[in-house]
Design a protein around this ligand. Structure first.
Ligand SMILES: Nc1ncnc2c1ncn2[C@@H]1O[C@H](COP(=O)(O)OP(=O)(O)OP(=O)(O)O)[C@@H](O)[C@H]1O
Ligand SMILES: [Mg+2]
Length: 387
């Protein structure tokens, strides 16, 4: 099966091929699907693939992280509320289920859903209707539900934290994504994809891995699964620009299991300039990953679940609709700006900022940046900064 048809899901292992087959089989139907997998295994990717291959693909896919929304408001986020139904409910509002009409709702971390909300969810699954919080009339919707968890739901059922009837209803079709350590065959393919996408996007030359390094990568534990693999490979692409990565270099990035030391050891065979530069890049990589997380948070808790229209529910009742939209749009613009910048531009901006914040004091700015004054002078000249 080609990658195009698989919506970016890479893997030739038996586990992934089986999973793709199930996705292809269930996607065109309206059946709810429960996706199991450790963190970073691709649960959201699977939900998107199912939605994209269904007749609902042109309708919204609304992603709701049940674990990220405070228990007290999850129900009104999902099912909406009527005016005055609780303090702060100044107007009636649609919930995600109404907004996803004819589309799909992806309920991530379903194991975190409170029992009272589970009752309402079960009813939507069975009858396709529900009442808004504080409402008295039934709302009818046509929504497909995909749920995901990394919890053992059977145990949650045994502990009476998850409703048994809801579990059986959701579990009728389930997809279990194997952790990366159980499908090591996929690692070289994933690395190849990450490499080619990231290096191309950032216009960085990448020297690849030695055979021994590749073996280590394939045999590593990857507790954070594909997400961890992705972050690690992307860091290496940036920091080891153009060099072939051997096992010695690799040992700076992946640690034996249970190692407490998460800092990069300083490689001794490099000039201090190179080392300083690498620390800057490390900060930039962290920044990029923070941006990613921030965007996810904004999307999930405040504003726009992917694929949905503009008139969407919002997280807080404190601000006016217009103000909220403007605030989030501004934030989003800044994120796009930051994300789209080349690393070199980010470096220039960071240095400029540090100098401005320290009233042009090179000693203080260098200290703040964690580089030597000598390197700072050279960079000011290189970037033609007005200091
Ligand atoms: N089989 C795969 N092929 C290609 N990319 C993948 C695959 N699995 C995961 N990824 C990538 O790994 C990252 C993590 O995936 P995703 O967010 O779907 O994981 P998750 O299971 O939802 O994680 P979490 O439990 O932490 O929410 C994403 O960038 C995703 O594109
Ligand atoms: Mg997820």
């Amino acid at each position: 099966m080609s990658e195009i048809n698989n919506f970016g899901i890479i893997g030739r292992s038996h586990g992934i091929q089986q999973m793709l087959l199930t996705i292809h089989q269930v996607a065109p139907t309206d059946i709810s699907v429960l996706v199991f997998g450790e963190s970073g295994t691709g649960k959201e990717l699977v939900a998107k693939a199912i939605h994209e291959q269904s007749v609902r693909k042109d309708k919204p896919l609304i992603v709701v992280n049940c674990g990220a929304i405070p228990e007290g408001i999850l129900e009104s986020e999902l099912f909406g509320h009527e005016k005055g139904s609780f303090t702060g409910a100044v107007g009636a509002r649609k919930g995600y289920f109404e907004l996803a009409h004819n589309g799909t709702v992806f309920l991530d971390e379903i194991g975190e859903m409170p029992l009272s909300t589970q009752v309402k969810l079960l009813r939507v699954l069975e009858n396709g209707d529900f009442m808004r919080v504080g409402g008295s009339s039934l709302q009818k919707v046509n929504v497909r539900v995909i749920a995901a968890t990394n919890k053992d739901l059977e145990r949650a059922v045994a502990n009476e934290e998850f409703r048994e009837d809801l579990f059986y209803r959701l579990n009728a079709i389930h997809i279990k994504i194997p952790p990366l350590r159980e499908r090591r065959d996929d690692i070289p393919l994933l690395i190849h994809k990450i490499e080619s996408e990231f290096a191309k996007e950032n216009r960085i030359e990448f020297g690849g891995f030695s055979e021994t390094a590749m073996n280590i990568l394939v045999n590593h534990n990857w507790r954070g699964n594909v997400r961890e693999l992705k972050n690690t490979v992307e860091s290496m692409i940036v920091l080891e620009k153009g060099r072939v990565i051997d096992e010695f270099t690799l040992s700076n990035y992946i640690k034996p299991p249970h190692s407490a030391d998460r800092n990069l050891p300083v490689p001794t065979n490099r000039s201090s300039d190179q080392v300083e530069r690498e620390f800057i890049y490390r900060a930039l990589i962290d920044l990029k990953s923070e941006i990613g997380k921030l965007r996810e948070d904004i999307y999930q808790t405040v504003y726009r679940p992917s694929g949905a229209t503009k008139s969407l529910p919002v997280f807080s009742e404190v601000f006016h609709e217009e103000d909220k939209r403007m605030m989030v749009d501004n934030l989003e613009e800044e994120l796009v700006d930051l994300e789209g910048m080349k690393l070199i531009d980010v470096e220039r901006r960071m240095i400029n900022q540090a100098l401005e914040n320290n009233n042009g004091s090179k000693r203080k700015a260098a200290k703040k940046l964690g580089i030597s004054e000598r390197t700072l002078y050279r960079k000011i000249k290189e970037y033609d900064l007005p200091f």
